[in-house]
Design a protein around this ligand. Structure first.
Ligand SMILES: Cc1ncc(COP(=O)(O)O)c(C=O)c1O
Length: 332
């Protein structure tokens, strides 16, 4: 018989000590967390915890969103907050605070992190209260904010391009694809499947056989006639980044580098025949796809429109004052 170790029972002090010991090396990237359960901000990763009875944990009854902190400014915070509250409404979660209070908490948590470049993720949950299904037992909704250093994508994504495969993972039905809920199982599986198949990411195909989106990014194309193409948003997440990219791409239309921007169904065959394909989102920004299911897109090299849009995105983050919210860091 193998020896079975006895399970320790901790005092509160011992438990806190063990929480400290359980902090892993990657937690160095977790800079600050706000929790409405705690009622404030912590910077010790050992304390960045959630109650198990929070319905976000055991029922997935929660929504989230992610904004970017760049050069000490929150980029497109209000647009992300808007989508966040739309998701909360669809998930029937009433926020514990008015929007302005949540906005201020996000800004305060960013300031407490002391970091000028980071990811900013926040969650609204039905909240703690028990382990049943119905949220009627919840004592009140909860709000969490995390400021963290996200893993960056390899430089080769931008210099050589991304390889994608058509995913066999079923896409979420339209209603659930439009809510940014914490149920990201299909989105995780699409990445794992892509890696298994020697690619970087996968493309979801919708129930009508049209191009939908990628794991946590939108998918756009440039046709051989230089039309910027994107699927409509009725069965996918409405990407904050791609909506901004449409505005930036207008300048390329004015300069004659693009013919037009068309948001309408993209058939798989149209996508495969495109001159350029790209993934767009808060984490990846704009990155060229150069191979889809083993076949080259266009000439198999990163295209000029994806590169220009990425440059425009970086310029936007630096200079678009109407898209930026300054974080008031403490002196020093
Ligand atoms: C499923 C899905 N589609 C698209 C996006 C792109 O949205 P955004 O540009 O707001 O990051 C995301 C990321 O939030 C996502 O999770």
């Amino acid at each position: 018989m193998p020896r079975v170790e006895q399970t320790p029972i901790f005092t509160t002090g011992e438990a806190v000590e063990h929480l400290r010991q359980a902090v892993h090396t990657r937690a160095g990237n977790f800079y600050a967390m706000y929790s409405s359960v705690l009622g404030g901000i912590v910077t010790d990763p050992a304390l960045m915890v959630l109650p198990l009875d929070d319905h976000m944990v055991h029922r997935g009854h929660a929504v989230f969103d992610t904004a970017t902190l760049a050069n000490g400014m929150l980029y497109q915070l209000d647009q992300h907050l808007e989508r966040f509250l739309r998701s909360a409404e669809m998930a029937r979660i009433s926020p514990p605070f008015p929007r302005e209070q949540m906005r201020q908490i996000i800004i305060d948590t960013a300031a407490a992190s002391g970091h000028r470049d980071a990811s900013v993720r926040y969650w609204l949950s039905a909240g703690p209260g028990g382990f049943a299904l119905a949220p009627t037992e919840c004592v009140g909704s909860s709000f969490y904010v995390m400021i963290f250093g996200a893993e960056t994508y390899p430089e080769s994504y931008y210099t050589e391009g991304i390889k994608v495969v058509t995913s066999r993972v079923p896409i979420k039905p339209p209603f659930f694809a439009r809510v940014k809920s914490t149920n990201y199982l299909p989105n995780v599986l699409v990445v794992l499947e892509a890696k298994d198949r020697g690619a970087d990411n996968g493309i979801f195909i919708d129930e009508h056989g049209m191009v939908a989106e990628s794991s946590n990014m939108n998918v756009a194309f440039v046709t051989k006639n230089r039309v910027f193409r994107h699927p409509p948003f009725d069965a996918i997440l409405s990407g904050i980044t791609v909506l901004r990219i449409f505005q930036l791409a207008r300048r390329l239309v004015e300069r004659g580098e693009l013919q037009d921007i068309v948001v309408a169904d993209v058939a798989v065959e149209e996508g495969r025949a495109a001159a350029e394909m790209m993934l767009i989102g808060s984490s990846i920004k704009v990155a060229p796809v150069t191979q889809w299911d083993g076949q080259p897109i266009g000439d198999g090299k990163p295209g000029p429109i994806a590169r220009k849009l990425l440059e425009m995105w970086y310029e936007d983050v630096r200079t678009a004052s109407d898209q930026l919210v300054r974080v008031p860091y403490p002196e020093g």
